[in-house]
Design a protein around this ligand. Sequence first.
Ligand code: PBG
Length: 329
Amino acid sequence: MTFPYTRMRRMRKHDFSRRLMREHRLTADDLIYPMFILEGEQVREAVPSMPNIERVSIDFLLEEAKELVELGIPTVALFPVIAADKKSLLAEEAYNPDGLVQRAVRALKQAFPELGVLTDVALDPYTTHGQDGIIDDDGYVLNDVTVDTLVKQALSHAQAGADVVAPSDMMDGRIGEIREELETEGFINTLIMAYAAKYASAYYGPFRDAIGSSGNLGKGNKFTYQIDPANSNEAIREVMLDLDEGADMVMVKPGLPYLDIVRRVKSELEVPTFAYQVSGEYAMHMAAFEKGWLDKDSVMMESLLAFKRAGADGILTYFAKDAARLLKG
Ligand code: PBG
């Protein structure tokens, strides 16, 4: 009989003992802030399904970046809104050295060299059909020709000064090809964060609205390259392959509904592990906050702490600024 010798509530009674036994902590260092960028000057547009999130032109991006640095957020992730007339079947705009992302990276690195800049490597903002790769006549995304284009895209990001390139396309073999190209071209310290375990999730809906690819994608889906939400071992295998091919960090995506995968990756592979609390997760939280059904600050912080407990080293989250502000007090 352990009771009353063991009383679990003893340690919970005081603030000092609760603090002493606290296992995980969220800090601003854990946060990566995803931002949507568009062409123009002094432009900012609301994203209806993502309250408080905007698409901004590069000048406003720089203003926000200043705030991120002041808040101690180490990294920003960029996602472009590409004008319809720049989209094509072969997504050539993806590797335009003077494209929107490439210019944004150069501007950011010049103004805030200490802020980490992460770019998304995938073709969906650039294709007329909204798929992440180049398709054949049946609409099937072709792996190897897509990888050739992703390599060009990743190199153009590195040349612009990106610190981290993050392939989110789920083509086979792309990490190895990108790593080889970066080495050959002298970008030996450009980091690769692989969206390694990226699921074919319905939680990406608001993101596709934000970058304007949902109209192009229509009723299309990404089942032939993203992972089936029913699978777990397959995610581990994807992560192992990406590590083998030269990824420095791996990511699990979406976030909260896939914390079991985050935990497995961290426990089984013991590598830098990141999670993406995606647009749909943000949207559903915000909807409940706006209705007054959940308390924003406490639920937001609890949701982020859950990632740390599951083993994530960092979190891509649209709450990054709000959380960092709260942490600053
Ligand atoms: C594109 C990409 C997506 C997200 C990040 N990069 C969407 C998709 O795969 O359709 C989703 C991010 C989010 O929902 O917040 N390759």
